[in-house]
Design a protein around this ligand. Structure first.
Ligand code: PLP
Length: 409
């Protein structure tokens, strides 16, 4: 039966859908199913003891203040810690350039609210992060999809997109979700130059940048932009930079940060006031106490080591069990591998058979805003323990081999 609410939905809800991933995750809740579908960090690396101590410390030392309302911008010591950390990578930012949000997902929503009018064009990589598309669909965004390869967005194809007059460019330079690829330094420099030349700003989403397993750290777009401008002090540039505590501490605390010019931060603050007043005071204080004094630097080493082992094992198992017709990327960090199936295979059909065999991944088509990628799959390697990676990849490999053999007849 229809409720009186259903025909009162605002027009903007017509493009709101539940994410394919969330729907899939529901199916994968069976206990004996091995899921490489979600984008979950390994729970084994959550610093439980440090959180326990920090909770007690915060309650003992800050008492009621930790349970009180606080400022929308975020807990100042936490913003100062982020600004010091950002300085280490040479971007000169002050706490006034920083807003704490309830996850980067909230920052993506605010960016939509503040910048996107119905019908605005946004340049995205194809494939790109589904959560951003979900956030911006509600504001009526249209997407100009620039293809990517193993070195990230093909920046040579960007100029054509910029001539259409997009609102901004959305890019994930490090160990991209979903494809695991990293934007090369040459392309980063070119992207920042082109964006500046065409007067189109960039939203840089970087949840995984600190999770590099091998190779040299590459400068962020915000750093390259700030260097071009010779900013010294407050950041005034062309980039809004997002990062999060979800992948370096714990996603359940729902804490992330935005770096942007002060004027933009002020506008985002107005958005946050309307949305939730501020991120949880207690969580911010606890995250600061856990993270301070160099703990985070040490902790990310443990995360990198754990994920590198899991990535290596997954690649080894794929080499052993996958048919030669299926290829996978070798990401230099992060949490995802990208599988490329033969053209004739449809990953969204195959997933049904995979779930019957008690193994899951995310079909890649859903990450392509304007279609394509039906023969691709996102495979998460951070969450499953080694024995489950061995078993799950063997199950998937057996299924893929059967499919290839049946196709060959
Ligand atoms: C690229 C990207 N952006 C944003 C997010 C959202 O992260 P948060 O937990 O900070 O909301 C994720 C989470 O997986 C992500 O992969």
């Amino acid at each position: 039966m229809q409720t009186p609410w259903e025909y009162r939905y605002a027009n903007r809800t017509s493009r709101m859908g539940s994410s394919v991933i969330r729907e899939l995750l529901k199916l994968t809740e069976q206990p004996d199913l091995i899921s490489f579908g979600g984008g979950l960090p390994a729970p084994e690396v959550f610093p439980l003891e440090e959180f326990k101590k920090a909770c007690i410390y915060v309650l003992d030392n800050f008492g009621a203040q930790s349970l009180q309302y606080s400022t929308t911008e975020g807990y100042r010591p936490l913003r100062e810690m982020i600004s010091r950390h950002t300085h280490r990578y040479s971007v000169s930012v002050t706490p006034e350039n920083i807003l704490i949000t309830s996850g980067s997902q909230q920052a993506l929503d605010f960016i939509g609210r503040v910048f996107i009018n119905q019908g605005d064009h946004i340049v995205v990589e194809s494939p790109t992060y589904l959560g951003a598309l979900q956030a911006w669909n509600a504001y009526g965004a249209q997407y100009i999809a620039v293809p990517s390869d193993e070195n990230g967005m093909i920046v040579d194809k960007l100029e054509e997109a910029l001539r259409i007059g997009p609102k901004f460019i959305y890019v994930l330079p490090n160990f991209q979700n979903p494809s695991g690829t990293t934007l090369s330094l040459e392309r980063r420099t070119k992207l920042v130059d082109l964006a500046d030349r065409y007067g189109v700003p960039i939203v840089e989403d970087d949840p995984y940048g600190q999770l590099r397993f091998e190779g040299e750290h590459l400068p962020s777009l915000v750093w390259l932009d700030s260097k071009r401008r010779g900013d010294n002090g407050s950041y005034t540039g062309n980039v809004i930079y997002l990062s999060t505590f979800s992948k370096i501490l714990a996603p359940g605390v729902r804490l992330a940060w935005v770096i942007a010019p002060e004027q933009v931060i002020r506008k985002l603050v107005q958005s946050k006031q309307a949305a939730d007043l501020h991120s949880a005071t207690f969580n911010q204080m606890v995250a600061f106490e856990v993270g301070k004094g160099g703990f985070l630097d040490e902790h990310v080493k443990l995360i990198r080591e754990t994920y590198k082992q899991r990535r290596d094992l997954m690649i080894e198992m794929m080499a052993e069990t996958f048919p030669a017709e299926v290829h996978a990327t070798k990401p230099l960090g992060g949490m995802f591998l990208w599988g490329i199936l033969p053209e004739w295979m449809d990953a969204s059909e195959l997933i049904k058979l995979a779930i019957e065999r008690k193994v899951a991944y995310v079909p890649g088509g859903s990450f392509h805003p304007n279609g394509g990628g039906k023969n691709t799959m996102r495979i998460n390697f951070s969450y499953s323990k080694p024995e489950l990676i061995r078993e799950g990849i063997t199950r998937l490999g057996t299924l893929l081999k059967e499919q290839v053999a049946a196709h060959k007849g």
